[in-house]
Write a protein that binds this ligand. Structure first.
Ligand SMILES: [Fe+2]
Length: 542
């Protein structure tokens, strides 16, 4: 049974096809139309995954006539509009359309991709979606049982973090990750802490009421009222880092308090599966993972609304297959890909770039010599993290590498780059004593062991010594694993820097021409595409 999930709207949009429970593809529109999500949010454009559908049809053999069901978190009327926008040439499939609640779709990605066979606390949190900003479930025996949640009359943690992001002078829905990095540089400051503390309160398993009726909620009003009252002025003379630190701290404390209250109602449930934009916060996820009552945590790799197409499809699959149970993902390489012939014939400008056969040994040697490599291998990743198929990789021991790559990418994230580490060395270098599966998808911070933190400065936070690790296994990404292995043989360091293959404010590369442009502009020194390493003629690399 073929089920097409559709995400659309002002946020992320895309499509997912599953066939008898197998994920066939997940495409994200921003990769194909090359416009970052937040830009359309601010211009209030309603987006449908038109190019994703076209790419699926042109490149992945998808035929819209073959689908048995389509599903979305938009009700029928809006979904009809999306269907029209998609220009399928077919009438809206009335009897094939199944609506899935927005937060139920987040819950499906959290629970069904977790592989957990024990009872699981499943929690979704975002700014808002449908009639909720959070939902809680117990996942048991493959079934999701709704417990409770935060309706639109409760304060939203997504709004809280958007408020914090804006207060620091950043853009909400875009710069939240910068706030997380910045928070690691700050310290406790009482007025800021108390003001954030006044903005959102926990009452059992709920937040306090939002009676404002304004778009971004009571949380904004309460914070600003409290803050200006305490400081007696609209000018804050403290550091932004301290504000970020205290805002993040309160955010973590409140969510952990709510989750602990929830856990106390189900004390035997010790696994937790999480999805929704709030859990893009890797520092929060670390804090949750460290709770004494959590045996294992899992965060859906496409935790934001980009994952809702997959979530809807999984929910519909479950409706027709009562025995369907959580399973483990091998990887998230669910996007489009290009063969060497396609790249050679259509994208490689032979007058500008030479190429040689790729081997992991050669790549490792270049990396050990300080070269920065763009990797464009196989299918692209589903979700916000590049996990070695649309990544920029580099060495991790030279502190200058951090500035070098930051400059090339015009990046100012306050966040160190992420380390990719070979599976068998992960716990030697980082404290990965639980939740190692979720670390394959780079969704959580871990502490670095003291004997390693100074050895790998480009990928460890300079102050709190945390790292947003990606565990690489021989199965999850064989090519990346082999490069790491060869690099380890040369240097004795089984870790490489991994950051997404994009420059400032652009989506991650999707088509080979974008990768070649970055090679031409010296964003990367070398480019690996499948079985070849490309370089500029004038690059004089050796
Ligand atoms: Fe959402």
């Amino acid at each position: 049974m073929k089920i097409l999930g559709i995400s659309a709207g002002h946020h992320c949009c895309g499509i997912t096809l599953i066939d008898n429970g197998k994920i066939i593809f997940s495409l994200e529109e921003e990769r194909h139309n090359r416009t970052k999500v937040y830009k359309d949010f601010y211009s209030n454009v309603f987006r449908a995954p038109f190019l994703s559908l076209k790419e699926a049809t042109d490149k992945l053999g998808f035929n819209i006539n073959d689908i048995d069901y389509i599903t979305s978190y938009y009700p029928k009327k809006e979904s009809e509009m999306i269907w029209d926008t998609l220009k399928t040439g077919l009438p809206f499939p009335e009897n094939k359309f199944i609506f899935v609640d927005h937060h139920d779709s987040h819950a499906a990605t959290a629970y069904y991709l977790s592989g957990f066979d024990e009872d699981t606390l499943v929690v979704t949190m975002d700014a808002s979606g449908g009639k909720y900003s959070a939902k809680y479930f117990i996942g048991s025996g493959g079934n999701l049982k709704f417990i409770d949640g935060l309706g639109l009359k409760n304060k939203s943690f997504g709004h809280y973090y958007a408020m914090l992001t804006e207060f620091l002078g950043f853009k909400r829905l875009k710069d939240e990750g910068k706030v997380v990095g910045m928070a690691g540089h700050g310290k406790h400051e009482l007025i800021a802490y108390q003001s954030f503390n006044d903005a959102i309160k926990i009452e059992g398993i709920h937040t306090d009421k939002d009676d404002s009726g304004v778009l971004f909620g009571q949380v904004y009003l309460d914070f600003y009222t409290s803050y200006y009252k305490r400081i007696g002025s609209r000018i804050y003379l403290g550091s932004k880092q301290d504000l970020a630190y205290n805002g993040q701290l309160v955010f973590e404390e409140k969510i952990v308090q709510l989750l602990t209250n929830l856990h106390n109602q189900y004390p035997n449930v010790k696994k937790i599966a999480l999805a929704g934009g709030v859990f893009a916060n890797v520092k929060l996820n670390k804090r949750i993972n460290e709770q004494y009552w959590v045996n294992e945590a899992f965060i859906a790799p496409p935790m934001g609304d980009e994952g809702c197409a997959l979530g809807c499809a999984l929910m519909v699959h479950k409706m027709f297959n009562p025995d369907f149970k959580p399973f483990k993902l091998n990887d998230v390489f669910m996007g489009t890909s290009y063969t060497d012939d396609e790249v050679g014939d259509q994208y490689w400008d032979i007058n500008k770039f030479s190429r040689e056969l790729f081997t992991p040994e050669k790549a490792a040697k270049y990396l050990a010599n300080g070269k920065i490599i763009g990797v464009f291998n196989g299918r692209y990743e589903h979700g916000p993290r590049a996990l070695g198929n649309r990544s920029i990789i580099g060495e991790v021991t030279n502190p200058e590498t951090y500035d070098k790559i930051n400059n090339k990418l015009q990046r100012n994230d306050f966040m160190p780059f992420a380390p990719a580490v070979m599976e068998e060395h992960a716990n030697t270098i980082f404290k990965v004593d639980k939740s190692a599966y979720t670390a394959q998808f780079m969704t959580m911070l871990y502490d670095t062991r003291p004997e390693w933190s100074d050895k790998i400065p480009t990928v460890v936070h300079p102050k709190d010594k945390t790292a947003r690790i990606q565990i690489v296994t021989p199965k999850s990404n064989p090519t990346f694993y082999k490069i790491l292995d060869e690099y380890n043989k040369i240097t004795g360091v089984p870790v490489l820097l991994n950051t997404s293959f994009n420059v400032h404010e652009e989506p991650i590369v999707c088509h080979p021409n974008e990768a070649f442009t970055h090679l031409e502009n010296d964003v990367v020194d070398l480019l690996i595409i499948n079985n070849f390493i490309y370089k500029k003629y004038e690059g004089n690399i050796n």
